[in-house]
Design a protein around this ligand. Structure first.
Ligand code: ARG
Length: 650
């Protein structure tokens, strides 16, 4: 039972009889961290203005109308009009007791399960996965796990980018720059070398082409600034305006200079290597040539399709290896290529429904004058990312008829999804479409995380580094020194991977966060190693006390909640289900990380103030062991739903 939800339901009629829409007031019933209350309701204060009475009187009247006596002590009105709600300790104890033998820890599955498709990870393959892929992959996986545990019918679908322009690039690279030997021994390594080489040459040619214009622009800005500086007006008000305009000019100059600098760097990287320079000269307009290869692939050119079929399994293997490291699996993996044959149908359907129009040779869906249209087919006949996404929605609706489709994708795709969802609605799809956006992983300098070489680091090397660093953490844990070197390596692997994932999950998904090995591997605070260690500490009690946990659970021993720290731990344990439900209201795994961290903290307090193995009586010892067991199970389950593995000993 979700205590919080029950409270809201019990208070609803009393509030609904006083205001038209009690939703916001009901939100003001919240779990409380104070000693006097487990939950607190603060809605009497805003009602003062509506009802023209003192909040204390309002609180008193409402409390008189609501019956929560089966679960709560008589509510108390405190201070200016807070309602303090304290659970009956006996009720709480009975609830915990029933969780002892329940696999689901007394969390019932959803009464009305929904069918939910979740689209996450979805990397563009043929280039190595990098730090940017962590977020979608781990956030999506956690949401998938939580929804599934809550009893929904969830389908994870990895919408792999296996059909985009990157394939034209590697096809071009393969045809022109292949080292057959390297491809033989390490196909993925060679493909990614080809990809990088072609993008480097593309970037070089673009930089060279744009450089004169950039230089001219800088000169022009400088001249404009000089003129402006020489003509400062005398009038004070005008002078202020003028100064502002000048500042703006200076800022745009800085932007231009920065752009030029970055272009110069790309140029230098190629020109400092005679070999690269020769390639760049020989392969003029390489960008267009690679695009032509992509177009040929899409038209079904035999050679390019053959190459694509040859490359793809290698790309997939590489992707699956990363997923294995991260402990992530998918129900389906329908990549962009799967939809290729359906794209013409999408355009036809849009036309038939009068939604698409020709515009300068392209096919577009318009949304009125104030908004840019969504292009669904370019003038050269090529389809776009949006066309594929529309075909994907059609397919998912026909295949699973879901209530909800979730897209865990970078916030920079906000506009794409806003338009996509509009068109899907116009097409008549009756489904709740949600873009679960996330922020950027930053380096310590506040810009997107990169290696010292300036590349986005591959996910592989980043995970390797986390594991290497986790190895030295193992020496500082309780059980660390007693483990064999092999066991230490295994612990380091589990901790290193978990640390990367947990640090990501513990941030509000929309925020940016700093990638920091030190922070993610800290042994104190809200980190994976702290929680994993907490779990194995709890488990170590059973070993130390020679306790058979199955026997304990079946013993019928009674839970007691006499000490405040016992009661506080009991309350935290009872709130697991609430945390899960709150985590999926807006699909935020950090609600669950906050919960497991709070539970760990409550356990640490309990362990400090209550003896377990040396409890005053045998009954008390059994009761406390049961609380330890519930804590371990809840922690393990909570972490598992976040995709974080635990260890019995660390
Ligand atoms: N492959 C895309 C990218 O890397 C993400 C795809 C997200 N899913 C979707 N249905 N659009 O940007």
């Amino acid at each position: 039972m979700n205590i919080h939800a029950v409270l809201q339901e019990r208070f609803r009629p009393a509030l609904a009889s006083r205001v038209d829409d009690p939703t916001e007031l009901l939100e003001m019933i919240r779990p409380s961290a104070q000693d006097a209350a487990d939950y607190q309701a603060n809605f009497a204060m805003p009602l003062k203005g509506v009802l023209g009475k003192s909040p204390r009187d309002i609180a008193g009247e409402i409390v008189g109308e609501v019956d929560v006596s089966d679960m709560f002590e008589p509510p108390e009105v405190a201070g200016p009009g807070f309602i303090n709600l304290r659970l009956k300790t006996d009720w709480l104890r009975d609830q915990l007791q029933s969780a002892v033998a329940d696999e689901r820890l007394s969390i019932p599955p959803a009464a009305d399960p929904l069918t939910i498709v979740i689209d996450y990870s979805s990397p563009n393959v043929a280039k190595p996965m990098h730090v940017g892929h962590i977020r979608s992959t781990v956030i999506g996986d956690a949401i998938y796990r939580i929804l599934q545990f809550l009893g929904h019918n969830v389908i994870s679908d990895n919408h792999v980018g296996d059909w985009g322009t990157q394939f034209g690039m590697i096809i071009y690279g393969y045809k022109n720059f292949l080292s057959a030997e390297a491809f033989e021994t390490n196909p993925v390594g060679e493909l990614s070398r080809l990809y990088k080489l072609v993008s480097q040459l593309e970037a070089y040619q673009e930089a060279v082409e744009k450089r004169p214009a950039e230089i001219a622009q800088i000169a022009q800005r400088k001249a404009a600034i000089a003129t402006a500086e020489a003509n400062a007006p005398a009038d004070a008000k005008e002078a202020k305006k003028h100064k502002k305009a000048l500042k703006k000019l200076q800022r745009t100059l800085v932007d231009c200079e920065r752009k030029l600098l970055s272009a110069e760097r790309k140029i230098k990287a190629v020109e400092s290597s005679p070999e690269l320079l020769a390639l760049a000269t020989e392969h003029a307009s390489i960008h267009d040539r690679a695009l032509a290869e992509t177009a040929r692939l899409h038209e079904g050119d035999e050679e390019n399709v053959r190459l694509w079929n040859e490359f793809l399994p290698h790309c997939r293997d590489d992707m699956l290896r990363i997923y294995q490291r991260l402990g992530v699996t998918f129900d389906r993996e329908l990549g962009e290529s799967f939809y290729h044959d359906r794209l013409a149908g999408v355009i036809e359907n849009l036309r038939a429904k009068g939604l698409a129009e020709d515009s300068e040779g392209a096919v577009c869906v318009f949304f009125g004058e104030s908004e840019t249209p969504m292009i669904v087919q370019k003038s050269d006949g090529a389809y776009l990312y949006s066309t594929t996404d529309l075909a994907t929605i059609d397919y998912r609706m026909a295949e699973w008829n879901p209530d909800v489709i979730l897209y865990v994708v970078d916030h920079r795709q906000h506009d794409h999804f806003a338009k996509l969802f509009k068109v899907a609605r116009q097409l008549g799809h009756d489904v709740d479409l949600r873009h679960l956006a996330f922020g950027t992983v930053l380096g310590s300098d506040g810009t997107p995380y990169k290696t010292r070489e300036g590349d986005a680091e591959t996910l592989d090397s980043l995970l390797d580094e986390a594991v290497t660093r986790a190895r030295s953490v193992v020496d500082q844990t309780q059980a660390g020194p007693t483990l064999s070197e092999n066991e230490k390596q295994r612990v380091a692997s589990v901790v290193g991977h978990a640390a990367v994932k947990y640090r990501d999950l513990s941030h509000n998904r929309e925020s940016d966060y700093e990638f920091s090995y030190e922070k993610m591997l800290a042994l104190t605070g809200d980190t994976a190693p702290y929680l994993q260690m907490g779990y194995s500490r709890v488990r170590s009690i059973f070993e130390k006390g020679g306790v058979d946990v199955d026997e304990l659970r079946g013993s019928g021993a009674a839970i007691q909640l006499n000490e405040p720290a016992e009661r506080q731990l009991g309350l935290q344990l009872r709130q697991f289900g609430e945390a899960l439900e709150r985590a999926v209201i807006d699909y935020r795994p950090n609600v669950l990380t906050e919960y497991v961290y709070a539970l760990s903290t409550a356990y640490a307090r309990f362990f400090e103030s209550c003896h377990v193995l040396r409890a005053e009586s045998e009954e008390l010892k059994q009761s406390r062991l049961l609380l330890c067991d519930l804590t371990a199970r809840t922690l393990r389950r909570g972490l598992e739903l976040l995709g974080i593995e635990v260890l019995e000993r660390m």
